[in-house]
Write a protein that binds this ligand. Structure first.
Ligand code: G1P
Length: 295
């Protein structure tokens, strides 16, 4: 793949997941055996990306610790005769370069992406939201398809979108797709619209490819009513400038797992645990037993 750079914004406070996130980042919560960010890095590494910038904030340093090569831990495992556990640390050696920068203030997703300007330079780059896993056990190559669409269409932005129930449109950025193919041009997009104002029920799903033109667009984007700079509003400016923005639909088997609130976090954890190749079978028996019990 020609694009190697990924930006993962992880500065959000995770208040919807309190108390679990009081002293740990929501992106480090486990889903099955791994923390959420590890799924994201592995997904994008499979698509050929090898330079990752985390846009972090206060209290997020355990993300940096997780991706270090921990020589002490390796030695302890070896000396304790626990060599079999070393395979659990193979992700430390993906051949990836990690970079970290901090968003000084909580000024929204657009502002977080602007922190990546120096890292991205004049190259196109991928954005992967730190609270979304795509595809069960991250088996998704959607970013590879996004990059292909971005390049073949000569676009300045390519976005993965997923269908959501109409009553949930106000929770997402919603696109106005031109046509009903799997790859389409986006005519407009609105961040968290009311049901009446939503141009469709296709929601921005946490994976994007951008040309560096997005940085200038973010700088020209004003603050919204919450004092935040929305990435969706900056993409809208690209459209106003006559630039091409394209979308790719996520098929059902490649759905997005949102970790931003307890309902979807629990659902995701349960689905990943029940389908775990080692522990899944026993858990499925337990789940069947429990579902026969009165609550
Ligand atoms: C962000 C984006 C939104 C997108 C959503 C899910 O919202 O602003 O456009 O639909 O992620 O990927 P957030 O969930 O951070 O409020």
């Amino acid at each position: 793949m020609s694009i190697r750079n990924v930006v993962i914004p992880v500065a959000g406070l995770g208040t919807r997941l309190l108390p679990a996130t009081k002293s740990q980042p929501k992106e480090m919560l486990p889903v099955g055996k791994k923390p959420i960010v590890q799924y994201i890095v592995e997904e994008l590494n499979l698509c050929g990306m090898d330079r990752f910038l985390f846009v972090t904030g206060r209290g997020k340093s355990s993300i940096e610790d997780h991706f270090d090569i921990d020589a002490d831990l390796i030695r302890t495992l070896r000396e304790g005769g626990k060599e079999d556990l070393l395979s659990e640390l193979e992700f430390e050696r993906l051949g990836v370069n990690y970079f970290y920068t901090r968003q000084a203030e909580q000024r929204g997703l657009g502002d977080a992406i602007l922190c990546a300007e120096h890292f991205a330079g004049s190259e196109p780059f991928v954005v992967a939201l730190g609270d979304s896993i795509i595809g069960r056990h991250h088996r998704s190559m959607v970013v590879e398809r996004l990059i292909r669409a971005f390049e073949s269409e000569g676009a300045d932005c390519a976005i993965a979108v997923e269908e959501v129930p109409r009553e949930q449109v106000s929770l997402y950025g919603i696109v106005d797709p031109r046509g009903d193919g799997d790859l389409f041009e986006i005519a407009d997009l609105v961040e968290k619209p009311s049901l009446d104002a939503a141009p469709s029920n296709w929601a921005i799903a946490g994976r994007y490819v951008f040309s560096p033109l997005i940085f200038d667009a973010i700088r020209r984007t004003g603050y919204d009513h919450r004092g935040e700079v929305q990435l969706t509003d900056a993409i809208r400016l690209l459209l106003t400038d006559g630039k091409k923005v394209v979308g790719i639909r996520l098929p059902r088997h490649e759905k997005r797992y949102d970790i931003g609130n307890f309902e979807s976090y629990f659902e995701t954890f349960v689905e990943f645990a029940l389908t775990d190749p080692v522990y899944g079978e026993k858990l499925r028996i337990l789940a069947r037993e429990l579902s026969g019990e009165n609550p």
